[in-house]
Ligand binder design. Sequence first.
Ligand SMILES: [Fe+2]
Length: 254
Amino acid sequence: MANYLINQDYSTYTQEDHDIWKMLCDRQSKLTTDKIAKQYLEGFYQLEIDKARVVKIEEVSKVLKAISGWTLVSVSGLLPAKDFFQMIINKCYPVTVSLRKPHEIDFSEQPDIFHDICGHLPLLTNEKFAQFLTAYSRIAIKYVNDDRAVDYLARLYWFTYEMGIISENGENKPYGAAIVTSAEEIANIQDPGIPKHPFDIDQIICTEFTPYSIQKEYFVINSFDDLFSSLENLESKLMGQLMEKTKELYEGKC
Ligand SMILES: [Fe+2]
C-alpha cells in the first residue's frame, strides 16, 4: 500500500483544530454569499459540510458518493502525480487529514483538510466540471514522466482547478479551490490592479505561476464549456511547446 494512504485518526484533532475549522467555515460562509461562483455554492450546500467540527472524511465520502459517485480517500499530503491522476480517473479523491495551523489561517502553502474538503469537493458534485477534471487527468497521466510536459500541464491545472475565475453576469467569481479557501486570494481578485485575462489556453501554458504566494494574475472562463474546449487541442499544443523548447535548447548549445 502506498505510504501516503493513511487513516484519519479523528482522536488526534485537538480542540484548537476544531476551533480553527469552525472559524474557517464561519468566515467562508460569510464570503460565499456573493463572492464565489454559483456552481461552487450549489455543491457546497449539497454536501452539508459540518461547520462546527473537523469533518470525518468517511462520512463526507458517503454523502459525495450519493450525489456524484465519487469517493474520498484520506492521505498524508501531496501524492505522486501519476497516482493522483489515476485516482481522479477512478472517481476517487484524496483528502489530506492534517489541518492548517493558526498562523496559516489566511493562506496555507500546503493543502490541508479544509482546502481539500471546502475547496475541491463542491465542484466534484458538478458533472461538467468533474468530467473536465477526469478528461484532463487522462491526458496528464500520459506525460507524467516528461518534466517539461508536466510543467505545461500544471499551468492549466493551476489556472483553472486551483485559481480559476468564472464570469457571472459580468462579475468575476472564483471557482478555483485555492482562491475559495483563502481570504487573501478572495480579496486579491477584487483588486482592479491585478490582471484577469480572458481564458486562453495558448497564453496559459506559457504562463509560469508561483504556488506559494498570492497570485499576480488570473484567467477568467465564461462557462465550464471553455474548460472542455481547452482540452480539444491540448496535446497538439503541448507537442508544439515541447518541440519549441527542444529547438531553443539545441540552438542554445550550438
Ligand atoms: Fe488543491
